[in-house]
Design a protein around this ligand. Structure first.
Ligand SMILES: Cc1cc2nc3c(=O)[nH]c(=O)nc-3n(C[C@H](O)[C@H](O)[C@H](O)COP(=O)(O)O)c2cc1C
Length: 160
């Protein structure tokens, strides 16, 4: 089963989540800054994650995904995650509202992966950081590992 966990990370939190997911999937993990399109060939599962920055994935991740051909992910089980600020750690009520309603990177990533032919294995997921630069909220690494299990279970169903 060829699997890849591809991520971007500015402060290191998304990298930790990517590693926890990769451990569950027994898969390699690659930062988008060092990734090439050739790494996507013959994949069975592709997991992509990015920090949410201004309601979207990072520019580096968006650029990489835009390079994929229209049908490049045909037959690949795909899953998308992001890290995002834990709303309880934002003191300003108006700002909390804006961040909550603005949208998150994972849904945008999932949309692109589907547009490139991928089959969404599980719904997009967000993992929480306390404050703008982290650290991760307690328990998020465990939740990431459990989300990885869901991806494996979905994949087994499609092979049953
Ligand atoms: C410039 C900037 C914009 C951000 N925009 C959002 C946002 O729109 N929504 C959100 O939930 N968090 C936002 N955050 C918090 C990031 O999601 C957080 O820094 C990120 O999850 C940390 O992941 P990393 O350590 O992998 O970079 C923003 C942070 C920065 C620095």
């Amino acid at each position: 089963m060829k699997t890849l966990v591809l991520y971007d990370s500015v402060f290191g939190n998304t990298e930790k989540i990517a590693q926890a997911i990769a451990e569950t999937l027994a898969a390699p993990v690659a930062p988008v800054s060092q990734a090439g399109l050739e790494q996507l060939s013959g994949l069975e599962i592709l997991v992509v994650g990015s920090p949410t920055r201004s309601f979207r994935p990072t520019e580096a991740m968006a650029r990489f995904l835009s390079l994929l051909g229209k049908d490049q992910l045909r037959g690949v089980n795909v899953a998308a995650f992001d890290t995002r600020i834990w709303l309880d750690t934002i003191n300003s009520k108006p700002l909390r509202f804006i961040v909550d309603k603005g949208g998150y990177a994972a849904s945008a990533i999932a949309k692109t992966l589907k547009a490139k032919g991928g089959k969404l294995a599980v719904p997009p997921e967000g993992f929480l950081v306390s404050g703008e630069q982290g650290p991760l909220k307690d328990g998020e690494l465990e939740r990431a590992a459990a989300w990885g299990q869901q991806i494996l279970a979905a994949r087994q169903q499609t092979h049953a």
